[in-house]
Design a binder for this molecule. Sequence first.
Ligand code: CTP
Length: 402
Amino acid sequence: MLENKKIVLGVTGGIAAYKAAELIRALIKKGAQVKVIMTKSAKEFITPLTLQTLSQNQVYTDMFVPAEKYEMAHITLAEFADAFVIAPATGNIIGKIASGIGDDLLSTTIMAQEKPTLICPAMNDKMLANPIVQKNINKLKKFGYAVMESAEGELACKTKGKGRLPDIAEIVEAVETLLTPKDFAGVKILITAGPTEEPLDPVRFITNLSSGKMGYALAVEAHRRGAEVTLISGPTNLPLPPAGKIIKVRTAKEMHKAVMDNYKKAAVIIKAAAVADYSPKVSATEKIKKDKKTLSLELKNNPDIIADVGRNKGGRILVGFAMETQNLLANAREKLKKKNMDLIVANNLREEGAGFRTDTNIITIIDRAGKTEPLEKMTKIEAAGAILDRVKKIIKKSNSKK
Ligand code: CTP
């Protein structure tokens, strides 16, 4: 998504200015072109040469330059940019933008442009909590600027509190979101992801190989496209995606309850989780000892979550997954019918680059009419995009019937 996107990064004078170096690298790694504007105070924390070397572009610092170098930078940069990012953004720059002050190159350029703009505040916790700074942040939000929440943790002044620059990966994700068209604005989507764990005793459990990557990719992509995402996740090691609401569960029973409590509010339900079909009939309260020669486990059926939703889905769009090792399409079609889904995403565990734990997937999307669309190998984010495109078609069709 950031491939060939042009980002103008404003760096202002806070200790987190050094992290701008890492942000530039991360944006360039995603294929973006970056031009940097530094304020006078930012230059006290990190040199223009560092940012020039990393961005492979001239760094802009001065409003007034000698005539031989004359370029109306505040206008040319405004035209160049697909998006503006200010990271770190001090209370000072936030105050200047909110008050319409343009007294240096960065504040003047921001005033002269109307591109999507992301502000990443970073400052001492007391400065951030200052009601005037908060009022200015709210004013920026009202005027359509995207403003990230500062992170909590240890601050440069050795106090603990809220005011840290968000993680670089989160800033990059916010830039992706900023630049993605919002074709799911206002659509509530519930997504399940990951495996479930069914405990045998306090230290052992039955699970499967699901990593949660496909479900998390769906949450990320739906959020980028403006959906209101609720993510119900089994245990995973993945960083949490920027979903509106995240409910963490462990067992199939807990996932069932979380889905039942939440699906009615959603217009679209996507069940990417690999739910354990069985759980131990009894889960021992103490660790099971190895005092027997053989040990039999009695398992009981878990609730079929998607089938329960399918029975009462009303006008909601229900998307399921079928993970198979044989008879992929026939099994998937049968599951779609049996569980009353609108779409099923089939993938074959035996294909290289598909299934659990990989960053890619090879999917076939089947609809209720039996239309079967095999797709090439792609990243899980791209696969999520393809699934959402099919969901959008169904939404459009049902809206046109109303
Ligand atoms: N699913 C569910 N609840 C379960 C089992 C599965 O909601 N207890 C959902 C999965 O999230 C997926 C779909 O059903 O969207 C198909 O899951 P899959 O494991 O492929 O199929 P099963 O119905 O469990 O059938 P089988 O294990 O026999 O292939």
